[in-house]
Design a protein around this ligand. Sequence first.
Ligand code: SF4
Length: 141
Amino acid sequence: MIGKKSYISSFTSSDTERRKQMREEALARREPKPEVTVANVKKYVTAEMSLQLYGAVPDKVYEQRKAECMGCEHRFKSNEIEDEIGFCRACGCGVTSRARLTIKLTMPESTCPKEKWKPSHGRHATLRDRVKSWLLKRIIG
Ligand code: SF4
């Protein structure tokens, strides 16, 4: 039988280091939850509204944003929700279907928390374009 003292002393500093490293790895893998702050809610509503008002960003802008995210250390893939690009760990949006980067990158007024890309105009920049788009959606569906 092993005594309490010898049991404790049987842990070496390398065991402690290994356990610490495992704990840190587990924390890093944990998927972030949305941060509900006034600033985050305001940013989210502005981004969603810009998509409705101005339409998605042009393809060129989307591809530029995507290239930045693909090479970014803050991007991660979720086990809960699949997405071609993934999610951003830095923005505080958490893992939700609207926080998927394939969606977020289409929103004209969405922003990168690390300023790797900026807000842009949408495809329907003028009032005429927006009315045309609105009518087409109602007619074609
Ligand atoms: S939004 Fe910005 S910080 Fe987040 S993954 Fe994309 S480039 Fe990185």
